[in-house]
Design a protein around this ligand. Structure first.
Ligand code: TUI
Length: 309
């Protein structure tokens, strides 16, 4: 399938793997790139030496393009912004902030820049700042989210900018790809479906939570801290939500309790204290498969549904 995104990135299928903090490392990124998509290594707030090692490992595991996601709220975002230049990473995506100040240096280094945006206003700003494409991420996505649904956000961003738009949030099969392509997207970003992949290195409990989730099993917490995040409904996330709702937990307490909870989910599968971020589409995912099979099945289904592809 050829689109402006496959051309821009030099990949076979117009699919980017989400840059999931604490999760997206070299094995997953290389598996998605080897499957014909664009794998991403997540910057998160990991130490710079660890990220350098992950980038180098990824280059050993694939000769295909891959990228790094820079989470702009991370304290070491500026350091990582330089690392991707030094390590000649071909593609950078960003999340949780405005990357304008970094874009000129990335472009100068020949890096393709694709910010994730939750609104039309930010998409326009990114186009003016020199971005090559944007990911329009709807509120169905896992992790840190905006307020607008994918169905409403994607066509408005498509109308507002000239650069290609990649849709994200709620896409886990070929119907999701076809639907967002009908809205004008030229690619998709997928996170949750890759959580349930053989190559994803998260704790088995995390994969089980995704596979067992049903439609009503995702929940948004942290709106009152200014950093709303979507994840799986567990006893822990329901406790956070009720503390937020009835005022019994202050935003400071919330931040303290959730600090480190991503790591506890990903590495320890700690159901009592871990935050298992995932998108609202988790209910559609019922088995663990290799990344190659996930990508090929999605596009086989999408191609049957889409005219002229
Ligand atoms: O970034 C994400 N998803 C994430 S980041 C993350 S780690 C984290 N943990 C706790 C609190 C916050 C983050 C987990 N999941 N997706 C992309 C995304 N970007 N969603 C929303 C945004 C966004 C929000 C505001 C992008 C730009 C923005 O700009 C505000 C401004 O500065 O204008």
């Amino acid at each position: 399938m050829k689109t402006k995104i496959t051309e821009l990135l030099g990949i076979k299928y117009p699919i980017i793997q989400g840059g999931m903090a604490w999760i997206a490392e070299s094995n997953l990124a290389a598996a998605v790139s080897n499957a014909g998509g664009l794998g991403l290594i997540a910057g998160g707030s990991a130490p710079i030496d660890y990220l350098r090692e992950q980038i180098r490992k990824c280059k050993e595991l694939t000769d295909k393009p891959f990228g790094v996601n820079i989470m702009l709220m991370a304290p070491n975002a500026a350091e990582l912004a330089q690392l991707v230049i030094d390590e000649k990473v071909p593609v950078v995506t960003t999340g949780a902030g405005n990357p304008s100040k970094f874009i000129p240096a990335w472009k100068e280094a020949g890096i393709k820049v694709i910010p994730v945006v939750p609104s039309v206003a930010l998409a326009k700003r990114m186009e003016r700042a020199g971005a090559d494409a944007v990911v329009a991420e709807g509120t169905e996505a896992g992790g840190h989210i905006g307020e607008i649904t994918t169905l409403c956000l994607v066509p408005q961003v498509v109308d507002a900018v000239e650069i290609p738009v990649i849709a994200a949030g709620g896409i886990a099969d070929g119907r999701g790809i076809a639907a967002t392509f009908m809205l004008g997207a030229e690619g998709v970003q997928v996170g949750t479906a890759f959580l349930a992949s053989d190559e994803c290195v998260i704790h088995p409990t995390y994969k089980e939570i995704v596979v067992k989730a049903k439609d009503t099993d995702s929940i948004v917490t942290g709106r009152y801290t200014g950093h709303p995040c979507r994840g799986a409904k567990t006893r822990f996330s329901k406790k956070l939500a009720s503390g937020e709702r009835d005022g019994s937990m202050s935003p400071d307490e919330f931040e303290n309790i959730t600090l480190g909870s991503l790591r506890k989910a990903v590495q320890d599968g700690n159901i009592d204290e871990g935050t298992f971020l995932c998108g609202a589409i988790a209910g559609l995912i019922n088995e663990i498969k290799p990344c190659k099979q996930i990508v090929e099945e999605m596009f086989e289904q999408a191609e049957k549904l889409l005219p002229n592809k």
